[in-house]
Design a protein around this ligand. Structure first.
Ligand SMILES: [Zn+2]
Length: 321
């Protein structure tokens, strides 16, 4: 059963918000952010495609954690998918490479060839071994010392070819295309017969894993050199994306395509909470939505369903988790 679901990474939400709000429309950083967003979105879609195969594993006493980020001492480590059973733990790392992949574990080289061009990348085996070590360490600090931690590297693209040096053929035990994950899971399962965790211990560790999840809060301003003044205020039309819908008769009206919306301000408030400030007051909301009447922004905020703290004029609203 799924204990922790995968969420759209915050960096994707942030970059989408930047692209909605960035002024001027031909801002020099726009293309850079668009390309970066495409990279994150493709990575997320790849991780999501793993769900189909994990759903098909025998679910009895199987605890599934998607996109879990844990802290071990000074460092954080993140797993695309972690499977916890009473007998073993399995890390699944997914990779979205195209072309031909060549692994040489002797000279420690990992080369990707595509269109006749060879590129050397960070070795995913070293990466997943590092995660394995960190997880063993994390478990050990919780007095779980006998639970084996194994791993799989799942190749998403069915057309990607995986090759290995003759002395590195063992990699095919753990580097495989996603449709083979079930067989590999059953193989790993058959290797670990000893029950290392009671069902009670399983759910205890499961709870600790979820509570220890610490998602990364990305910084969008520094890497792209963006300032708060780069972002445009106003309510965006959900149809033609024009920024600056007008409030009339309790609805938002687009002066360009005449779309009418009751809820278009919610996106604007969310963009503000992502890009400008993690909390918003009534006054800030009034300025953001370009409203003349603070009673309207008060009503819109109080009906937004967003969590808040404080009372009356001191009330501030936050982004829902
Ligand atoms: Zn419009």
């Amino acid at each position: 059963m799924i204990i922790k679901n995968r969420k759209v990474p915050m960096i994707i939400e942030l970059e989408q918000a930047v692209l909605r709000r960035l002024l001027p429309p031909d801002h020099p950083k726009r293309t850079l952010i668009k390309n970066d967003l495409a990279k994150w979105e493709s990575g997320f879609m790849g991780e999501e495609s793993l769900n189909y195969y994990v759903d098909r594993l025998p679910q009895k006493h199987l605890h599934i954690f998607n996109d879990l980020r844990l802290k071990n001492g000074m460092y954080h480590f993140q797993n695309d998918c972690l499977l916890l059973t009473p007998h073993f733990t399995l890390i699944i790392e997914v990779k979205n490479y195209s072309g031909t992949l060549y692994f040489d574990t002797i000279s420690k080289q990992f080369i990707r060839t595509i269109g006749g061009r060879e590129d050397s990348f960070d070795d995913p085996i070293i990466q997943v071994e590092e995660q394995q070590e960190q997880l063993l360490d994390w478990l050990m600090t919780r007095n779980i010392t006998s639970l084996p931690v194994d791993f799989i590297i799942g190749i998403i693209n069915p057309k990607t070819i995986v090759e290995a040096h003759p002395d590195s053929q063992h990699i095919f035990q753990f580097i495989l295309h996603l449709p083979h994950i079930k067989n590999e899971f059953l193989e790993v399962k058959s290797n670990y017969n000893e029950e290392c965790l009671t069902l009670r211990e399983l759910s205890e560790i499961s709870g600790q894993l979820v509570r220890s999840h610490s998602p990364k809060v990305p910084d969008i301003h520094t890497p792209f050199g963006l300032k708060r003044s780069d972002f445009q205020r106003g309510v965006q039309c959900p149809n033609c994306l024009f920024l600056g819908m007008n409030r009339e008769n309790r609805k938002w009206h687009c002066p360009r395509c005449y779309t009418v919306s009751k809820t278009a301000h919610l996106q604007a408030i969310d963009d503000y909470l992502l890009l400008i400030n993690p909390s918003i007051t009534n006054q800030q909301c009034k300025e953001l939505l370009l409203l003349k009447d603070r009673h309207i922004s008060y009503k819109l905020l109080s009906r937004s369903g967003l969590p808040f703290s404080g009372t009356n004029r001191g009330r501030v609203y936050y982004r829902a988790d």
